[in-house]
Design a protein around this ligand. Structure first.
Ligand code: MN
Length: 529
């Protein structure tokens, strides 16, 4: 059996996974990540086994540059790519940012569709072709690994697209990317485009064909798979499918399609599927983008069998209704419950089972918090333990920290909140009233931090079952049109709300994106601390 598998694998062709969670994913409205958060995701992406990590767009802002450079310094196994328009200053910034990488890639692009060239770039086809050639040549001057993208390829005239790809390869592009930038393609057409490129571009065997699909019509994954069947050997995708507008092709779906349906698709990837769940959770936590319960592969209900007939079948023979196992993507098999009698050793063991190998120091801090939590709620679930770790991740980057909170509310009192907020060595105390205790808390935080943003969304959910479950609050805040998400967890939902709001304020103030930097500056003007 084993021998047969090996033979099979030798015959199968490899598909390279190019993850753009930190670039296209981070471009999603409200998903801004700071450098520290990007680095945490990059570490996990490398563990997941992605071949290429697109770490950002270095010319976009100093923050983006810094993140790409730091990731380039840190990552050893994956290729680290940076995005650059077909413009000298972009390519130079990108080259500088990826310089420390063991294996760095410059990813440069220009549009190939008439609609983009005419209305956005104001270039003729000949001019765009020339820009593409010069960009690739310049990029090759800095790196052997150059990828060229023909933006809006799926809406471009095929002869011209083929010409542009041929020229990019001729001048040194090792990967040529065919994006469906606006999510307009459908699987059979898109597959045919890839096949045509393979047949028509004379030097195509000198480059890897890549695809980059958007999900505006819900076809990003289908289009990517169709492209693979027609010769694409690199797929650009993101964790949880996040990205511009409706998002990008979802990494976990593509990888699990190729794995689960290996009978139909003779390809393989280098992905360690057991790391999928953890990566998905980390990205969701740090971006504040919740995963819909019915999301394929990583949604909470993806492996939940509710119907009686299905459950009966599952108990008799799992494969009756299960095409993949939760273990394959790293969902912990038993939801072990812990409580206040659980000791340090059991806690450490559980963390290790969940995939966390932490320093003794961090373990001590978390154990103390675990004990506090076990005093407040009887059963501590895996989700609670993971929330403790995630909270620790948050607090390491917080500008403001809440040290005290008191609220009073009721049917005949005016809701009031008093809190103390710390920034460095300074502490300030504020009180405010509101429509309800949550509103009062938010008003008090605004006063203490000088924040003048707007709350656009508020959601509260129970993290686990039971009346003593921890509440998880997510908020969306905007300031000057810039949006971020904040998240907070506590057994007390008012406290969770305060933490979420403050987390959002911190993210806005620490924001590094162009718009965020301006917003942060505006917001800082009124800061008291
Ligand atoms: Mn894109």
């Amino acid at each position: 059996m084993k021998k047969q598998n090996m033979k099979q694998n030798q015959k199968n062709e490899r598909v390279y996974i190019f993850d753009t969670t930190l670039r296209d994913g981070e471009q999603a409205p409200g998903a801004s990540l700071n450098t520290d958060e990007k680095m945490k995701i990059a570490v996990q992406l490398e563990k997941l086994g992605v071949d290429i990590i697109e770490a950002g767009f270095p010319a976009a802002s100093p923050g983006d540059f810094e993140a790409v450079e730091k990731i380039a310094r840190m990552v050893k196994k994956s290729v680290v790519a940076g995005l650059a328009r077909a413009i000298k200053k972009d390519i130079e910034a990108c080259a500088k940012a990826i310089k420390p990488a063991k294996r760095g890639r410059i990813h440069t692009f220009i549009s190939s569709s008439d609609i983009h060239l005419k209305y956005q770039f104001k270039k003729t086809r000949e001019e765009a072709l020339q820009s593409a050639v010069e960009a690739v040549k310049l990029a090759r001057h800095f790196s052997d690994d150059v990828e060229f993208s023909a933006m809006d390829a799926s809406r471009s005239e095929l002869d011209y697209l083929c010409k542009m790809i041929e020229m990019a390869i001729k001048h040194g592009a090792r990967t040529v990317n065919i994006p469906d930038t606006v999510g307009y393609a459908v699987p059979d057409d898109f597959g045919k485009t890839i096949a045509a490129i393979r047949n028509r571009v004379p030097n195509i065997n000198k480059a890897v064909i890549s695809v980059h699909c958007h999900n505006d019509l819900g076809l990003a994954v289908s289009n990517s798979v169709s492209a693979i069947q027609n010769g694409a050997r690199q797929v650009e995708c993101t964790i949880n499918g996040i990205g511009e507008r409706a998002g990008n092709a979802s990494l976990e779906e593509i990888v699990m399609i190729l794995k689960t349906r290996a009978d139909k698709y003779p390809y393989y990837t280098n992905i360690t599927t057991k790391e999928i769940y953890k990566t998905s959770r980390l990205v969701s936590t740090l971006t504040g983008f919740m995963i819909q319960p019915n999301k394929a592969i990583v949604g909470n209900n993806a492996f939940a069998h509710e119907s009686g007939i299905h459950q009966d079948g599952m108990l008799k023979y799992r494969q009756t209704y299960e095409i993949m196992t939760p273990q394959e993507i790293g969902i912990p098999s038993s939801r072990l419950v812990m409580g206040k009698h659980s000791g340090r050793h059991a806690f450490k063991k559980r963390l290790e089972d969940l995939g966390y190998h932490l320093s003794e120091e961090l373990l001590e801090t978390l154990f103390a918090r675990f004990k506090d939590l076990a005093d407040k709620k009887k059963d501590v679930y895996d989700e609670d333990i993971e929330a403790l770790i995630e909270e620790k991740i948050f607090s390491s980057t917080e500008l403001y920290q809440m040290t005290y909170l008191h609220t009073s509310a009721g049917s005949s009192t005016l809701p009031t909140a008093t809190l103390k907020i710390k920034k460095g060595d300074h502490e300030v105390q504020e009180a405010a009233t509101g429509d309800g205790p949550v509103d009062a808390v938010f008003n008090a935080i605004d006063r203490a931090t000088g924040f003048k943003g707007k709350l656009v969304n508020y959601a509260l959910k129970a993290l686990t079952q039971g009346r003593d479950a921890q509440g998880e609050v997510t908020v969306s805040l905007t300031i000057n049109g810039d949006e971020v998400h904040g998240r907070g967890i506590s057994t007390d939902v008012i406290e969770a709300s305060a933490k979420a709001y403050l987390n959002g304020v911190n993210k806005l103030l620490l924001g590094h994106k162009k718009k965020s930097a301006k917003a942060a500056f505006e917001a800082m003007k009124g800061v008291k601390l």
